[in-house]
Unconditional design. Structure first.
Length: 728
């Protein structure tokens, strides 16, 4: 049978053979079977009398093999032979040897695969009509769908005894590519089966309880075997159990109302667009009466319409941790009560000298906040004094012997370059293996004491005046202490008032809105036939307005809470956060054909991870929403460290901001002139509030060529670093 542009393939019906091969290879159960079917199809189509198909890994190691027309002894010898070196493979797979998707190396090219040390001269162009010669090689790669090579086919003795051309090997390449697709499919199936097996094994052997609840029936559809340790009941008996029955049977009576509210709020939050997991701690009571504390983390899964379909979660036994954490919390409370109100400088640090805690009294000594001090190295506050050098030499020697030499005295640079002389007493902190991981200490300002002693030694007549000055300082210190205590009390009262406000908004306002959404939905579903077109439009508008108000309330709550949890701040990789946010925006359908370019290497900022995600999500989604309608969105991120801060620039090629609006874009509820995209006007206001609460800032500048640039600045972490750029 002839096809246009090809030589005659053989005397048989090759397309019928290929059809039978394609049907058979789909049913192949192993890679070897798929390769063997392809080898037999090549022979049956009368393309070549000898063929070997083999899989290789990236190092050239041999895998599955299929062959025809070749003695099995040669195949076994090939399995025992050493792998082909990378240099030889690269010499064969040169562009000058390419023929279609294959590589033809004529014998006159001088490549002897049996002797890797032989010189490889330039290949000569083969005569397409020349006879096939002994030593000619034709390799066809088995390629994955991503273009990577996973093996080769090698043929010999063509039926027509001619050297190949691009047209004459098309049918061979068609068979090889179908075999490669089948091999890749088998590998994918094997990988999926392995993943599913690992998941089942993890669930079966996990110490935590893993479960799934049907949102419609509120009953367990899956619960892992670990539940038996916690409740004394086999997991099979609990599948199908309603959550209400679970609460009545196993939850401690004092905690039932709380866990019921937990499930209700989780569903309400999911309907309101919140998908973050909810966590609660409560007590579980076994049938024997034993009570255990557990921590449950639950999250809701929604369908494309935003309806909750399942709840998944983890339940962990935290009874030992609860007991220890209670003791630790009480100890830490006593420690911080003493440290936060002490006049002395109390601190902890790691072995490199980086401070991990410092008491508020640092403000009195150095004129900076504890946060500013923690974001710097202790040595930056020392004077260039011989006394300091001697003290550090003695300290390092003592550190090597794991015995701190206390006390030691250092000279610090206070406000207005004033020298402060402080005496320090330290003790080492060890880990569970006895290794030194840091130190804790107390620093006392002895500047006045030293000055007083010097003054007494030289001018005894001024002793009384010095004592009066010292008493005045003590009195001032006590006054400041009292003032600090009063300010702390007022701050706690304000925080309590704010928490009360947040509670009122989240319960008293959101609950009726959720009810309103549900009622509007019921009205559309149940009474659609009774409503005219205008009525249906009104019900749709009612639901939409309720959702919009829900988003507005959620935005206001986010604005009120933004950046307020200082205890949540830690070193966060800004690059990883950006990738996570971009992935979420992509899954939401907002990205489309947009491109984001950012530095390839991680950089650490000192921030609340949740607040950091919110900042990047608001700025990136703002660029995507306010796009230029005539060109795809291009966003570029860059960052640099300067003056103890990380400055991040987010540049886009969108429509930019009207000059009359630039001074107001960070105001609450402000939306620019001609704004077409939906929104509440809270996004940039939340960003500004988070940044200010995080000791950072945000600013805006127009791009000369159109578009916008937002600059956000965080306090730098000591280990922050940079790498080159790449495209997401």
């Amino acid at each position: 049978m002839d096809t246009p542009g090809t030589r005659e393939i053989g005397t048989r019906n090759p397309w019928g053979t290929f059809t039978a091969f394609e049907q058979a290879v789909r049913r192949a159960g192993t890679e070897t079977q798929a390769l063997q079917l392809a080898a037999e199809a090549v022979i049956e189509c009368e393309l070549y009398r000898c063929i070997v198909l083999s899989l290789h890994d990236d190092q050239g190691n041999l895998g599955a093999i299929g062959y025809a027309g070749v003695p099995s002894e040669l195949i076994e010898a090939a399995r025992r032979a050493p792998r082909v070196r990378k240099e030889v493979r690269e010499a064969v797979l040169k562009e000058e040897h390419r023929l279609g998707q294959s590589y033809f190396i004529p014998v006159e090219a001088g490549i002897d695969l049996t002797d890797e040390a032989r010189h490889i001269p330039s290949a000569q162009s083969p005569d397409p009509m020349a006879e096939w010669r002994a030593g000619d090689e034709l390799f066809t790669p088995l390629r994955r769908s991503d273009g990577g090579i996973m093996g080769f086919s090698s043929v010999d003795e063509p039926f027509d005894r001619r050297r190949p051309t691009t047209e004459s090997i098309r049918f061979l390449e068609l068979i090889i590519s179908r075999a490669a697709a089948a091999v890749e499919h088998l590998g994918t199936l094997r990988g999926q089966a392995a993943i599913e097996e690992r998941i089942q094994r993890i669930v079966a052997n996990a110490e935590d309880v893993i479960y799934q609840i049907n949102a419609a029936t509120r009953s367990f559809t899956m619960i892992s075997p670990a539940i038996q340790i916690l409740t004394g009941v086999d997991s099979a008996e609990l599948v199908g159990l309603a959550t209400g029955d679970w609460i009545r049977r196993f939850v401690h009576p004092d905690d039932r109302e709380m866990i019921t509210q937990h499930y209700l709020e989780l569903g309400d939050a999911a309907l309101g667009g919140t998908t973050r997991p909810a966590v609660c701690e409560y007590r579980v009571r076994r049938q024997s009466g034993v009570v255990r504390w557990v921590r449950e983390k639950t999250w809701a899964s929604t369908d494309e319409d935003g309806q909750v379909i399942t709840f998944e979660g983890l339940i962990r036994d935290i009874t030992p941790v609860r007991s220890l954490s209670g003791q630790l919390e009480r100890t830490e409370q006593r420690y911080h009560l003493i440290a936060d109100n002490a006049r002395d400088l109390i601190y902890t640090r790691d072995v490199d000298g980086a401070m991990t805690y410092v008491s508020p009294s640092v403000t009195d000594y150095l004129g900076i906040s504890p946060e500013e001090f923690l974001n710097s190295h202790f040595s930056s506050w020392l004077n260039d004094s011989p006394r300091n050098r001697i003290a550090f030499e003695a300290f390092n020697a003592a550190l090597e012997s794991t015995a701190i030499a206390s006390p030691f005295t250092l000279e610090l640079r206070g406000p207005d370059s004033r020298t402060i002389l402080m005496e320090f007493n330290e003790s080492l902190i060890h880990d569970e293996f006895g290794r030194v991981i840091g130190a804790q200490g107390v620093g006392r300002d002895i500047t006045e004491r030293e000055e007083l002693l010097n003054s007494l030694r030289t001018q005894s007549e001024r002793a009384d005046a010095s004592n009066v000055a010292l008493k005045s300082l003590v009195s001032e210190s006590r006054r400041r202490q009292q003032k600090a205590i009063e300010l702390s009390r007022q701050l706690r009262a304000k925080n309590k008032e704010l928490e009360s406000f947040v509670h009122i908004v989240s319960h008293d306002l959101r609950a009726p809105l959720i009810t309103l959404q549900g009622l509007s939905g019921q009205l559309r579903r149940r009474y659609a036939r009774l409503l005219d077109e205008r009525g249906r439009e009104i019900t749709l508008q009612l639901g939409a307005e309720a959702k919009r108000l829900m988003r507005l309330i959620t935005g206001l709550l986010d604005y009120a809470r933004a950046g307020s949890d200082e205890s949540a701040r830690r070193a966060v990789d800004l690059g990883l956060v950006t990738e996570s946010v971009w992935t979420r925006l992509t899954e939401s359908g907002l990205v489309g054909d947009s491109a984001l370019r950012c530095p390839d290497s991680p950089i650490l900022v000192w921030a609340d991870p949740v607040a950091l995600e919110r900042v990047m999500e608001n700025l990136l989604s703002n660029a995507l929403i306010h796009r230029d309608p005539i060109r795809p969105v291009e966003i570029e991120l860059s960052w640099e460290s300067r003056d103890g801060q990380i400055e991040v620039a987010i540049r886009d090629n969108g429509r930019g901001v009207d000059p009359d609006d630039r001074d107001r874009i960070f105001e609450l509820f402000f939306r620019g002139q001609g704004a077409e995209a939906p929104g509440s006007g809270l996004g940039l206001a939340i960003v500004k509030r988070i940044m200010e609460a995080s000791s950072g800032s945000v600013s805006y500048e127009p791009n000369p060529g159109g578009g916008s640039t937002f600059y956000v600045r965080w306090p730098a972490h000591p280990t922050a670093f940079h790498r080159s750029a790449s495209t997401l």
